[in-house]
Design a binder for this molecule. Structure first.
Ligand code: AMP
Length: 262
């Protein structure tokens, strides 16, 4: 299994279909298509970055699309996007019709020869059903749906201590992975801050939304025979090792890794 040569810039995903995109996979037949599930704070984004580095697909996070939209001046935001940002700030799920509109505009990223690692989408059974419909229409079967598991208390600990760089988006933790200099990113010198939706009042809302609306997806993908579960405790490297092992033992992922000589 070779490492990806160039990290995809995801511009078409983040900015919309009119943005240029640098995805040119060397082996389109080997493109990976994974869906990551798990409670907020479980480490899906970190694992997605590691998987991108190793497997070479694009990290497609709906949360990143909304966070990028926050940087657009208010007067240039569509009413739907402005509404979505209010939901996000409170820790609530953005309504399905808004999320699905965003996905529809970016359908090229799901059909892309470079593959995808979906993080934060789907988050409801309604979203998952529409995604299945899109994928079926293009004859795409995901390689696996990886469900990251962690006890709720640990999830709360991870979310409440998380610090994110406003510039390069690197993630630190106030106690378990602190930056060398308080408040400053080790990688780019940017300012570290707590995400608005990592504040205590939003964390409870997000976890409730996860249990009510997102956790039924575990059953949904289990029935489709796509689900693999991975224990998300320990360091990012521990979790990544478990992820690759789980992919190796899964029906579709195992064939893929074996074919790549890994
Ligand atoms: P994340 O970075 O994935 O934790 O997403 C941050 C926030 O964006 C969530 O708490 C929601 O408010 C919103 N969001 C992201 N993806 C979705 C989705 N698929 N459905 C509904 N809301 C979403």
């Amino acid at each position: 299994m070779s490492r990806a040569q160039t990290k995809p810039d995801r511009m078409a995903w983040i900015k919309g279909p009119n943005a240029p995109c640098n995805v040119e996979p060397e082996r389109p037949d080997r493109a990976w298509r994974l869906i990551l599930l798990g409670a907020p704070g479980v480490g899906k984004g970190t694992q997605a970055d590691l998987l991108v580095e190793r497997l070479g697909a694009c990290h497609l996070s709906t949360g990143d699309v909304f966070r990028a939209a926050k940087c657009i001046p208010e007067c240039n935001r569509s009413p739907a996007m402005a509404g979505a940002l209010d939901y996000m700030k409170r820790g609530e799920l953005v309504p399905d019709h808004v999320v699905l509109q965003i996905i529809k505009e970016r359908i090229g990223c799901l059909r892309c020869r470079g593959g995808f690692i979906l993080d934060g989408f789907p988050r409801t059974v309604g979203q998952a059903e529409v995604l299945q419909m899109f994928l079926r229409a293009y004859d795409i079967i995901p390689d696996a749906v990886i469900n990251y598991t962690l006890p709720t208390l640990e999830v709360i600990g991870r979310l409440s201590g998380r610090l994110t760089c406003g510039n390069c988006k690197a993630v630190f933790h106030a106690t378990t992975a602190p930056p060398k200099k308080a408040g400053v990113c080790d990688h780019c010198g940017g300012v570290l801050a707590q995400r608005e939706d990592d504040r205590p009042e939003a964390i409870g809302v997000r976890l409730e939304a996860y249990h009510k609306s997102t956790s039924p997806l575990i059953d949904y993908y289990n029935k489709l025979n796509l689900l693999i579960s991975v224990d998300a405790s320990g360091t990012p490297d521990d979790v990544f090792r478990r992820t690759i092992e789980a992919l190796r033992t899964s029906t579709r992922g195992g064939h893929r890794l074996a074919a790549a000589g890994a």
